[in-house]
Design a protein around this ligand. Structure first.
Ligand SMILES: *[C@@H]1O[C@H](CO)[C@@H](O)[C@H](O)[C@H]1NC(C)=O
Ligand SMILES: *[C@@H]1O[C@H](CO)[C@@H](O)[C@H](O)[C@H]1NC(C)=O
Ligand SMILES: *[C@@H]1O[C@H](CO)[C@@H](O)[C@H](O)[C@H]1NC(C)=O
Ligand SMILES: *[C@@H]1O[C@H](CO)[C@@H](O)[C@H](O)[C@H]1NC(C)=O
Ligand SMILES: *[C@@H]1O[C@H](CO)[C@@H](O)[C@H](O)[C@H]1NC(C)=O
Length: 494
């Protein structure tokens, strides 16, 4: 969950989005079908401006569009705002739930949903192979040098002078993994000589991530079977510290050390690299015993629900270790090289105490949402003089914690409105008598002038839905949203 500063910057960047993504087609209900026909291979991101993952993806998507344009391939990336000018199209396609949703269209027909990682090279690799063969041929030393030098991602190159079993397997693997890995091959004698490889497969790490702890190129030396080649690529693709996302989670079995970082929406997604660098030395030292990865907190909220993770703080990472038996250990000290080294050392020597979820932590008010108790209920709710959204928070319940996070985000967006978001911890406090005793649901709307008759909220527990609901129900129209929940003015003076 971004902190208020991040949210402010987020809304700021959002309003400039039109000019900042020059190569992403801005689609609307009126031109969607036309553009679909015009672009034989089109990737469309259905988004809503205030969803965190959409914000995080945006710079990556934009950058991918720029790179693809540079390749001069007849593919295009577009996006459609499901809360604004693309609402009708999204409704027709029944797009909702977890934004962003990304679809691939070929000649106007839906092909499949995009499930690759939502980073720049995820998009580029995926779109490239919709046109190009699974492995491109490098015909000269010059082409080879350019290909290797220009990459910012891992590439796998086959060196084959003639037909061989390895060559056959290489192309099979390339076909299977083409949407996730860049493959190339060469028959050029000069390249084979220059690299000193014939009938071999080499994985090259991008120049920008070269560091003294990792080899720049790795030669495949395993048995010539598809499975071994694939594993070789996966293992070396991620290197000493992998980037773990929901799309590649199966590549990282235990034992595992995960550093969860907070995404700064202002920094174009450079965090994984930042933390990776800080982990490399220790990862190198202990690589025989445990695998190291980074993950974005936002991508793994459910996984982190039982841990004391801070979402507000931009810099502070959370470190979790999981052993072979899936027992969990957490690092409690500040993240420094020395502390991290000690934590890992203790982990591999079984000196750590297993983490047990302690008694659920009561939800602390954070200045944005108000905490209600039995004794202050009249002040915080009944007589507060404002429209009120009231959440009965159950600290022991996953769903309830997630709702609390959604409400915190909604509360930020409603800061300037005549609406308060109130949280009441039902583990600690008695439910006030105006609510049905036997069957209390989690979220209620209490209009300013009618606090005796709470209205149950039954919509989806997503920020946009909550905002829409509040916008519709508000006693006086909101300042920043129309009655349908669309933002009303561009805050470019911020
Ligand atoms: C679609 O229409 C909108 C609104 O008229 C316009 O801003 C946008 O540039 C159009 N997009 C394309 C790809 O034609
Ligand atoms: C689109 O359809 C045309 C005509 O049927 C065909 O020639 C072309 O290859 C198709 N394009 C793609 C990307 O499938
Ligand atoms: C956010 O980005 C803008 C523009 O790139 C920059 O001027 C500003 O300093 C950044 N803010 C933070 C907190 O990094
Ligand atoms: C809250 O107000 C109601 C009605 O005005 C009153 O009966 C009740 O005693 C008050 N509760 C507290 C804790 O002050
Ligand atoms: C958790 O809360 C949700 C509603 O917030 C409710 O539907 C669900 O039954 C609760 N789960 C448990 C285990 O109490």
């Amino acid at each position: 969950m971004p902190n208020p500063a991040a949210l402010l910057l987020l809304s700021l960047s959002l309003h400039f989005s039109l000019c900042r993504d020059p190569n992403v087609l801005q689609l609307t209900d009126t031109n969607f079908s036309h553009r679909l026909k015009q672009n034989p291979i089109l990737l469309v991101a259905f988004f809503i401006p205030w969803c965190g993952p959409c914000q995080k993806m945006r710079p990556q998507y934009s950058r991918a569009a720029n790179i693809l344009k540079g390749y001069n391939l007849p593919v295009a990336l577009g996006k459609l705002d499901c809360s604004g000018l693309g609402k009708r199209t999204c409704e027709q396609k029944q797009i909702g739930h977890h934004f962003p949703v990304i679809h691939l269209y070929r000649n106007g027909s839906f092909v499949k949903e995009y499930t690759n990682t939502k980073d720049c090279f995820g998009f580029v690799k995926f779109m490239r192979v919709q046109i190009l063969p699974s492995a491109v041929e490098l015909k000269s030393v010059d082409e080879f040098k350019k290909f290797i030098k220009g990459q910012e991602d891992v590439v796998v190159v086959g060196f084959f002078e003639e037909e061989s079993r390895l060559r056959k397997m290489f192309f099979k693997v390339a076909e299977k993994m083409k949407e996730r890995i860049f493959f190339a091959y060469t028959r050029c004698e000069k390249v084979l000589l220059r690299e000193g490889v014939n009938n071999g497969i080499v994985l090259f790490r991008p120049e920008i991530t070269h560091c003294r702890y990792e080899e720049e190129r790795v030669l495949f030396t395993g048995r010539v079977v598809i499975g071994e080649i694939k594993n070789f690529i996966i293992k070396n693709y991620y290197g000493l510290v992998g980037c773990r996302s929901p799309a590649n989670i199966i590549h990282f079995p235990n034992p595992l050390i995960i550093l969860y970082y907070t995404v700064d929406y202002n920094s174009s997604g450079k965090e994984p690299g930042y933390w990776r660098l800080r982990m490399l030395k220790v990862a190198h030292k202990y690589q025989k015993y445990v695998k190291f990865v980074t993950s974005a907190k936002d991508d793994f909220e459910e996984e982190l629900v039982d841990y004391p993770v801070e979402y507000g703080n931009l810099m502070r990472p959370f470190v979790l270790a999981k052993d072979l038996e899936n027992k969990k250990y957490i690092m409690t000290e500040e993240f420094t090289s020395e502390n991290f080294d000690r934590f890992v050392d203790d982990f591999v020597h079984h000196r750590l105490e297993q983490y047990h979820k302690s008694k659920p932590v009561p939800f602390e008010g954070d200045g944005v949402t108000v905490m209600a108790s039995t004794s202050n209920f009249n002040n915080t709710v009944t007589n507060n003089g404002k429209d009120t959204l009231l959440h009965f928070y159950d600290p022991g319940n996953h769903t309830s914690r997630l709702v609390a996070m959604v409400l915190r985000e909604a509360a930020h967006l409603l800061l300037e409105e005549d609406v308060v978001v109130v949280t009441m911890d039902i583990g600690e406090h008695e439910i006030p008598p105006i609510f049905p005793e036997d069957k209390v649901e989690s979220l209620y709307w209490l209009p300013k002038d009618d606090k005796e008759n709470p209205i149950l909220y039954t919509g989806r527990k997503e920020v946009e839905d909550v905002i829409q609901f509040v916008a519709e129900k508000a006693t006086t129209k909101l300042k920043n949203y129309d009655r349908d929940g669309n933002p009303t003015h561009v805050k470019d003076e911020l």
